[in-house]
Design a protein around this ligand. Structure first.
Ligand SMILES: *Cc1c(COP(=O)(O)O)cnc(C)c1O
Length: 950
């Protein structure tokens, strides 16, 4: 008989996260020619960095145990009724959106829509987001989200400097009544761009300053709303670019900034149905005038047409992005907040203009009634308001603040004499009664107090223009219709719910349901980022434990959980390096060495901290060319700030020279930044903090199981050695702290339970196994494909790391079939293509991750081999280069179900190139999309419904 403990399997989750069974593993080891996993690791990982001692993590716990433990931690959070405001508001996520989008792997496991043919659903939801932002702000163009309002403000400042004309100023003006966290992030960004940041009163101080741009909050952080037309016009007279930070719900009632001639309008869409999550994730928005379209940061979704002449969506103007523009990119933002932008747009689709107006009016009426009651009691409040009141509480400030807390109510403690109250969609009449009690106000006849209150929006600031008139916002207001709309969109896209997504460098592993469940627990979801510490104990405990686990996994001394994406981690890490060097008096060190194979965010981030990028070469094996590195160091010796190197490299191999690279750079007085996007290849077998690096970012949305959400959310914490830890990102609400990079102290804290749960359920042994199997899976694919597709780079013993690059250039040379044709043809097989032409043009980079089973790897390899056989038919002239299933891929059902078929191949060859597809077929909804047409005829709003049917 087994003991009860033996029957209770602590490590059962490890076996569920990892795809191959023990038997599969043995077979695959045989295929790749290794005795066991340890043997494979020894063959693959350079001996001087290989670590065999176990990670000092807890033992794995299964899903039930982990959820129970996490629930106990979460319940240490205290959820008060919240009126703190400052850009974050309680909101009601419509359940149909909560369950069918936020909690649905058919949405959250998608990747960024680089392959638009299999991403039409989320592209449509994102274009709805753009349309919603354009309408509410009254601006002609908007992007498909940024990381948070504060970084959007920083991007606006950077863009203003890029586009401003006839203005040589280096100073930027920020109204003092912007949210404090926005000013903190701007302060960091301005400092490193070499801009002077002037904080003052926009209505009185701006005219005395010579600036290239200005930022105004509308309504401001204290609640007042004023007409900005005049102040904007005065700024324009001085050739300055004006950005208005605003609130989408307020704009349902207020005259929009676009009607006041604002150049750029930014803000956060959180209160459109996205929980606060202790600071994130939520989607910031960014809109601007048409003239600046090529300078707009972030992703833009546009309309184009497919090979059948039908309308289709895709990402527009990608040539602005880092992948092409490198250090000259419009911004370093790569992963943004797609899933949250989708939720916000669905909130608008579901409520429609009338519904939104009703919510806004209700919030406004509660505000006005409260103002009136307070004023009657002798407490002064702002004369104009949408949802926020600043109370002149004088010497009663602390007493009232405390009295509120004692009643379970959070007010904003604005300053020693002022309290803030911000109302929101969730505020009820009962809440108001409790709030009134704190101030000793009568709630007698409260209903009529509310309905009789006079609006605090002056007549000339009332919104006159219509918004959300497009049909999409006016037809899905019943839950049945909405449910079907969401399903229809979901069904167009390929996600991890269909098949492996073999995108190299992206680590599309399992996002386990048990990891996702805590994200929407109210204890985590409904926490305001600026709630008093006494209420956030559960979060603090979870974050501390995650911090410690990440320290163990990376070998660093400290971790900052603030950066909201890998790109922001790079920025924060480079800031830490720069600040450290400055603290040593080494101001002249401003060169960042970057190997030519680097991800585009690396040079773009270096440019953001004002560093100069010097590119170093790679040798014939794809490794950093150490001789060239030495040359570059000799040339610039006293100016080397750092090197940014990805490990294992983006070429998918463990470079033998990594420790030498670290030594050479250190010897020259520089720091070593290891881009940790590929950490999935080293957790448990090597640690950047131990092999010589000083700082790394980790993409929690790659290695640590946070889903990619179709292009965000993500988290990019950084690990540092102790000498850099004083320079980690500071608290955005603490004036004394520096290097703040996000609006919230712990970035997108709301998704950190995912990584906590992942590490917890894997434990020390599981984390290492994940790495070993990720490497085994990649070597298995490389072994199976290499006879038909040459593997571009391998490391010692012919091994690859956790990904491999297959070289398509010889095939293209011989047959004319390109890597793009292969990626598109894979869609007919039900697969998302691998990473295309990064880091080497004309190649495909394949990363399977540990979560894919042998059966799935085989299905993928079988498909790749079947495609190779098709290519050979082109080569042999059986099919022409103009007419074959590759160049015509993907095939829609519509293009196949025709009475006339005059291709050289059959319909069956097009649709069912493998027999197994007859039982499990994904149908691409559109044919190949014309990118050039879309950029030439730029259109980034919802198309009219007629365009669908043309
Ligand atoms: C994904 C990736 C990044 C950027 O990370 P984001 O989270 O998208 O900002 C940087 N470097 C490498 C090598 C990557 O693969």
């Amino acid at each position: 008989m087994s003991s009860i403990d033996q029957l209770f399997n602590n490590t059962e989750f490890v076996g569920r996260h990892i795809g191959p069974s023990d038997q599969d593993t043995r077979q695959m080891l045989q295929t790749v020619g290794a005795a066991d996993l340890h043997d494979l690791m020894q063959q693959t990982i350079p001996a001087n960095i290989f670590r065999t001692e176990p990670l000092a993590l807890n033992q794995a716990e299964n899903e039930a145990q982990t959820l129970k433990r996490l629930k106990a931690i979460a319940s240490e959070n205290i959820l008060n009724t919240n009126y703190i405001g400052m850009g974050y508001y309680p909101t009601h996520t419509p359940p149909v959106i909560l369950r069918n989008v936020f909690e649905n792997p058919g949405w959250y496991t998608a990747y960024t829509p680089y392959q638009p043919e299999i991403a039409q659903g989320r592209l449509e939801a994102l274009i709805n987001f753009q349309q919603m932002v354009m309408d509410l702000t009254a601006m002609p163009l908007a992007n498909a989200s940024l990381l948070d309002e504060a970084t959007a403000a920083a991007e606006a400042m950077a863009m203003s400097h890029r586009v401003v004309k006839k203005n040589k100023s280096n100073a930027y003006f920020v109204d003092q009544n912007c949210h404090p966290q926005t000013i903190a992030v701007l302060t960091t960004r301005a400092h490193h761009f070499g801009f002077e940041l002037i904080v003052g009163d926009i209505f009185t101080d701006l005219e005395n300053e010579n600036v290239f741009g200005a930022l105004i909050q509308y309504p401001d952080t204290r609640g007042s709303a004023s007409d900005l037309t005049e102040v904007i016009s005065k700024a324009h007279d001085k050739n300055a670019i004006v950005t208005v930070a605003t609130d989408l719900l307020a704009l349902c009632l207020l005259k929009p900034p676009g009607e006041m001639d604002a150049d750029i309008v930014i803000g956060n869409s959180q209160r459109f149905g996205v929980p606060m999550g202790f600071g994130g994730p939520h989607a910031a928005f960014f809109a601007c005038k048409e003239a600046y379209k090529r300078a707009l940061p972030g992703r833009i979704i546009g309309v184009s047409k497919d090979s059948n002449g039908q309308m289709a969506y895709r990402m527009a103007l990608q040539t602005r992005e880092q992948h092409i523009r490198r250090e000259k990119a419009t911004s370093n933002i790569c992963t943004s907040q797609a899933l949250l932008a989708i939720m916000a747009s669905c909130y608008a689709v579901y409520h429609g203009p009338q519904g939104l107006k009703r919510i806004a009016e209700r919030v406004h009426q509660l505000t006005c009634a409260t103002a009136k009651a307070l004023n009657n009691a002798g407490i002064t409040t702002n004369q104009t308001a949408f949802d926020t009141l600043s109370l002149a509480a004088a010497d009663q400030t602390d007493r009232l603040y405390q009295a509120a807390l004692d009643s379970g109510i959070n007010l904003r403690h604005t300053d020693d004499e002022t309290l803030g109250i911000s109302f929101n969609e969730e505020t009820t009449v009962d809440d108001l009664t409790a709030l009134f009690a704190v101030f000793g106000l009568s709630s007698e006849a409260l209903d009529s107090q509310i309905t009789d209150a006079v609006s605090l929006i002056p007549a000339d600031l009332q919104r006159q223009s219509e918004f959300l008139q497009h049909e999409i916002f006016n037809c899905y207001h019943s839950e049945t219709e909405m449910l079907r709309y969401l399903k229809r969109l979901e069904n167009k896209d390929v996600t991890l719910t269909h098949s492996m997504i073999p995108l190299g460098s992206c680590t599309m592993k399992l996002n386990a349901t048990a990891e996702m469940i805590p994200v929407t627990w109210p204890e985590f979801a409904n926490m305001h980022p600026f709630a008093p510490e006494a209420q956030t104990r559960g979060y603090q405990k979870m974050l501390d434990e995650l911090h410690d686990m990440l320290v163990v996994c990376t070998g660093y001394d400290a971790v900052s959980l603030q950066p909201n994406a890998g790109s922001q981690g790079e920025y924060a890490g480079l800031l830490a390096i720069k600040s450290y060097l400055e603290s040593q008096g080494q101001y002249e060190r401003n060169i960042c060495l970057i190997p030519s194979s680097a991800h585009g965010t690396n040079p773009a981030s270096a440019a953001m901290v004002g560093m100069k990028v010097v590119i170093t070469k790679c040798d014939a094996d794809g490794n950093v060319d150490i001789d060239d590195l030495k040359d570059k160091i000799a040339q610039h010796r006293d100016n080397i700030a750092c090197i940014m190197v990805t490990y294992p490299s983006t070429h998918g191999v463990f470079e033998e020279g990594i420790t030498e690279i670290c030594e050479i750079v250190h010897e020259a007085g520089g720091q070593v930044y290891v881009d940790g996007a590929n950490l999935n290849a080293i957790v448990g077998v090597a640690a950047p903090g131990k092999f010589g690096a000083d700082v790394s970012h980790l993409n929690l949305h790659k290695t640590f199981a946070i889903p990619h959400g179709g292009g965000g959310p993500g988290m990019g914490p950084i690990g540092v050695k102790s000498h850099l830890s004083p320079f980690l990102p500071g608290n955005p609400l603490d004036d004394a702290e520096t290097n703040t990079v996000s609006a919230a102290r712990f970035g997108s804290a709301g998704i950190l339970p995912i990584s906590w749960a992942y590490i917890h359920m894997m434990g020390s042994i599981g984390m290492r196994s994940a790495t070993e199997i990720a490497i085994l899976n990649a070597n298995y694919i490389s072994q199976r494909l290499k006879s038909v597709y040459p593997i571009l780079y391998t490391g010692q013993n012919g091994r690859v790391a956790h990904e491999c690059i297959v070289d398509i250039r010889p095939i293209k040379e011989a047959t004319g079939i390109s890597e793009e044709d292969i990626a598109k043809r894979l869609m007919d097989f039900g697969f998302h293509g691998p990473t295309m032409s990064f880091p080497v043009a004309g190649t495909l980079m394949i990363e399977p991750t540990e979560s894919e089973s042998k059966a799935e790897l085989d299905r993928f390899c079988d498909s790749m081999i079947a495609i190779y056989e098709e290519i050979m038919k082109v080569k042999e002239g059986i099919w022409t280069l103009e007419d074959n299933p590759l160049v015509n891929a993907p095939h829609t059902h519509e293009s196949l179900m025709t009475d006339s078929w005059d291709h050289l191949y059959t319909r069956e060859e097009a649709a069912y190139p493998l027999a197994s597809l007859r039982h499990n077929k994904y149908w691409p909804p559109v044919g190949r999309i014309d990118n050039v047409y879309g950029d030439r005829n730029l259109f980034c709003a919802c198309p009219s419904i007629d365009d669908y049917t043309d």
